[in-house]
Design a protein around this ligand. Sequence first.
Ligand SMILES: Nc1ncnc2c1ncn2[C@@H]1O[C@H](COP(=O)(O)OP(=O)(O)O)[C@@H](O)[C@H]1O
Ligand SMILES: Cc1ncc(COP(=O)(O)O)c(N)n1
Length: 598
Amino acid sequence: MSSDPCTQFPPAPAPSAAGPAPRGAASLPRVLSIAGTDPTGGAGTAADLKSIVAAGGYAMSVVTSVVAQNTHGVRAIHVPPRQTLAAQLEAVSDDVQLEAVKTGMLGTVEVIETVSAWVQAHPPQVLVVDPVMVASSGDRLLEPEAEQAMLRFCELATVVTPNIDELGVLTGSPRARTEAEAFAQARRWAARTQVAVVVKTGHLEAEEVANTWIAPDGTEHRVRSRRVETTSTHGTGCSLSSALATRLGAGHSLAAALTWATGWLHEAVEHGAALQVGSGHGPVDHGHQGRRLAAAGSAAPWLTDDAVPQRWEHPAQLAAADGDAVRGTVVPAVVPPAGPWTEALWAAGSPLAAEISRSGFVRALIDGSLPEQQFSFYLAQDAHYLLRYSRALAALGESSTDADARAFWAASAQECLTVEMALHHDWLASRPHAAQVPVGPVTSAYTDFLLARALGSPTVVGAAAALPCFWLYAQVGADLDEVAPTHPYAAWLETYRDPGFVEGVAGALAVVEAELAAADPAERAEAARDFLLACRHELEFFEQARRVEVGTADGAGAGGAGADGAGADGAGAGADAADGPSADEPATTAAPTVGAAR
Ligand SMILES: Nc1ncnc2c1ncn2[C@@H]1O[C@H](COP(=O)(O)OP(=O)(O)O)[C@@H](O)[C@H]1O
Ligand SMILES: Cc1ncc(COP(=O)(O)O)c(N)n1
């Protein structure tokens, strides 16, 4: 440690005129990033600030070095005098109580010593050290002679987050070629230093990128994530460590914090390329999840008044649900319409069908990356839905005047109950937490709407509102290629293609076509409007599960990853608890026979 007075900090709490604000009562964790800059906003302090905010913290920043860099690489590094660094650190700690500190690029021995001295004088509750050494562009961000100082600094951390190359340097081992080798290195280092390590496998080749917390006592918590084929990974390490620090600072367990940070970053990586920032290795979209959730709370009406004519006289009068006149770009329906009226309904609802296929929920369900906790929530809501949907179908059976329609709705209502029972037996029995999740607001809004139409509107209207559940569910099956038996949701995905279910869809289409043909134009228009609203309810129904915050206790199937899991400083929860079906979950259980719904 240097004896320079600039690196000698008074012990905490450092007094100032007002002194640091008292602990407790803060609505958000106050998180400090100590890092270098990136003027293109992808890495360093900029990435850290965005990540801390995204993770739910109040973000602060102390700059260690001013870096002229962009998505192609580093052009110049200026390290301000150590007095400047020390003064920044003191300005923060004299005034602000911190819940977490994250360090990134420290760069030189002098900087590391200054930060080390400050940390020792003001030990934070949570210190996440990202031992930044070399940028993804290949440029060095840590002087070679500073490596030893960095290794010593890491021993002050709550957790360190090296990438594969940095882990090798940290442990004095050759670069790990497999996850198992990386784990062995991390275990040895954690046992020796009593500091936890998050092993990140972004730099390995495998399709799965996992982040694994390895505690000093050897316990592990592994969070799986799917590799995104993209060049937009600049600043991923900065972002993960900042989000992790924030969640730990907020008091989440290590399992919950790592699960959340990994899932959030996955979405940010997935949408980074669309930002079109720079022509090299672009940044990730730190705000994607926040914007998605904000959009879910929009108060904008789902349909404008002119979306459907007052009187629907001819099939061609209907516009697409996005307001455009129906054009030739309609997504083909896997179960074909039964006549001109249902054909027009399909064309009008086609933008929503396409949106469901593109939705994060459906894509994650199909590619297997949907977190188990969100899948469990979906199952729980599905069970609530089926019970209520069955009542709506039974009501349609009672109000139908046509004998075939009556028989069809009654049989469908019955089948729905059978499917609901199978859902409990085959899927929810092994997820007792999910089985107890109450009906959510999205499910409730959809089913209240369906029941109101089935019980209080003309039969044609209730029937049209009930149709998207059949038709759009079958459509999801069209997006499926062969599902590998190792897919975590293989058995569930098969239900979308069940031939009995496809037959049921055709039956519903025939009934609705006949009802529409016989209806008067005003009722027909009402039916079209409610068909489109039900399509939108379908989209919301799928997407609601992605609004469940993984790693917290508010969703279903929290497993070992709930907020009440292992503490941040303690042992990890069981491996794979939150992000994929565990060995005893029924990933390959026989699918319930879906014949009527969802
Ligand atoms: N291509 C990718 N697809 C999905 N997630 C990624 C990808 N690249 C990085 N990540 C996420 O970012 C984390 C950190 O990335 P990594 O490249 O391992 O570290 P660093 O940025 O420190 O070099 C990974 O553990 C993973 O969660
Ligand atoms: C200031 C700063 N800190 C960290 C990184 C590493 O980020 P990456 O490895 O993604 O380039 C960077 N490029 N710049």
